[in-house]
Design a binder for this molecule. Structure first.
Ligand SMILES: NC(=O)c1ccc[n+]([C@@H]2O[C@H](COP(=O)([O-])OP(=O)(O)OC[C@H]3O[C@@H](n4cnc5c(N)ncnc54)[C@H](OP(=O)(O)O)[C@@H]3O)[C@@H](O)[C@H]2O)c1
Length: 333
């Protein structure tokens, strides 16, 4: 291979934040023991924060962002991986502390990687990306009410930030699992889109703003919350006895102002999701379930493929909550 390749590079010199498409060198990839030629990466909310100004997440500059990728092994110092193996990476602080996926090549630790399941391919893997993997983790958390806790059957599941990457894919998965999905969105023009994904009912984001009572009418057996903040406070008060709230996001705020009442009166479970630190065993299980739960033809209809240039034009829309669906990044276009 040529030692030079293309990457998105962010920098912060003299308090001036920049993001550029640059040629970098293989010697710039300092970490890891597996070199991967990247097929695809994807754009997630955290990537948008980092591309904007580092998001108080990236501390060393210049830096190559991109929190996920799929690709083929070029060379590996670990015998678990060999040349041309197809691999997936999400999280493990890649794209935050280690150079990431907005690049034609990446070098990472072998224990951050899993092999792409046979039922998927590298394009499908990044149509899902971190957002899809997180949606799967959240859906399995909600399902745990019936299979792990042997509780009541899950029926009504709420999904917030419904038109976002995690939200959209969560709707597909939960409806495939047989649940009635209630989608919360701030986008009035995307109701048809959400119904087409499998949402049974659409709720306005405004209904989840403002103060909530200690306990409200219990409505939700399960919740996938990508929004956090006051919405999560209200959601906890509206969750039915023994319901599970899978909380993964903060698109609407980081503070929750709840009481013990949902937990001690209704046995509500607040299940935090951190996809970045999921164990390899969990990753292998979840990625292998993906092909059974995802309609990839449908996913394709709300996934845009972006060049690096388009990525830099698109990320601000995510931060403003104006984007919907998924964006896959092709570094080789
Ligand atoms: N814990 C983890 O492992 C993990 C992994 C992936 C993502 N996340 C987090 O999950 C969240 C969603 O990620 P994503 O990639 O799906 O992002 P995304 O595509 O930008 O979706 C976020 C959605 O949230 C809604 N939203 C935006 N601003 C809002 C506001 N101020 N108040 C209420 N709702 C708002 C919008 O949906 P509507 O217009 O439909 O309401 C938006 O589409 C982010 O906070 C992200 O950091 C966490």
């Amino acid at each position: 291979m040529s030692n030079k390749f293309k990457a998105v590079v962010i920098d912060n010199q003299n308090e001036k934040f920049t993001r550029e498409i640059k040629e970098i060198d293989q010697n710039d990839l300092k970490d890891g023991n597996v070199l991967v030629k990247i097929d695809y990466s994807s754009l997630n909310y955290k990537d948008a924060l980092i591309l904007n100004n580092g998001g108080k997440i990236v501390r060393k500059f210049p830096f190559v962002p991109g929190i996920d990728f799929s690709g083929k092994v070029v060379e590996s110092e670990d015998s678990k991986f060999k040349k041309d193996d197809h691999v997936i990476l999400t999280g493990f602080r890649v794209g935050e502390a280690y150079f990431g996926g907005f690049s034609q090549f990446a070098k990472v630790e072998s224990n951050f990687l899993i092999k792409t399941p046979k039922e998927l391919d590298n394009h499908k893997a990044m149509m899902l990306g971190t957002a899809g993997f997180t949606a799967l983790l959240c859906a399995f958390a909600v399902k745990a009410r019936e299979d792990l806790l042997l509780g009541e059957k899950v029926k009504d599941v709420l999904v917030t930030g419904a038109t976002g990457g995690v939200g959209s894919i969560a709707i597909m998965i939960l409806s495939k699992m047989g649940y009635d999905v209630h989608a919360v969105t701030g986008k009035k023009d995307k109701h048809e889109y959400l119904k087409n994904l499998g949402a049974k009912n659409i709720l306005d984001r405004k209904d989840f703003e403002g103060e909530s009572k200690l306990l409200e009418k219990g409505i939700w057996d399960g919740v996938v919350d990508t929004v956090g903040g006051p919405a999560l406070t209200k959601i906890l008060a509206q969750t039915k006895s023994t319901g599970i709230v899978a909380a993964c996001g903060n698109a609407g705020g980081i503070k929750i102002n709840t009481t013990v009442m949902p937990f001690i009166i209704r046995g509500v479970k607040l299940w935090g999701i951190d996809s970045s630190a999921a164990s390899i065993a969990r990753r292998v299980f979840v990625w292998n379930e993906a092909s059974k739960l995802i309609d990839f033809e449908k996913l394709k209809t709300f996934t845009k493929e972006l060049t690096f240039k388009e990525l830099l034009e698109t990320y601000p829309k995510l931060l403003k909550g104006e984007y919907f669906g998924r964006a896959i990044v092709n570094p080789n276009k």
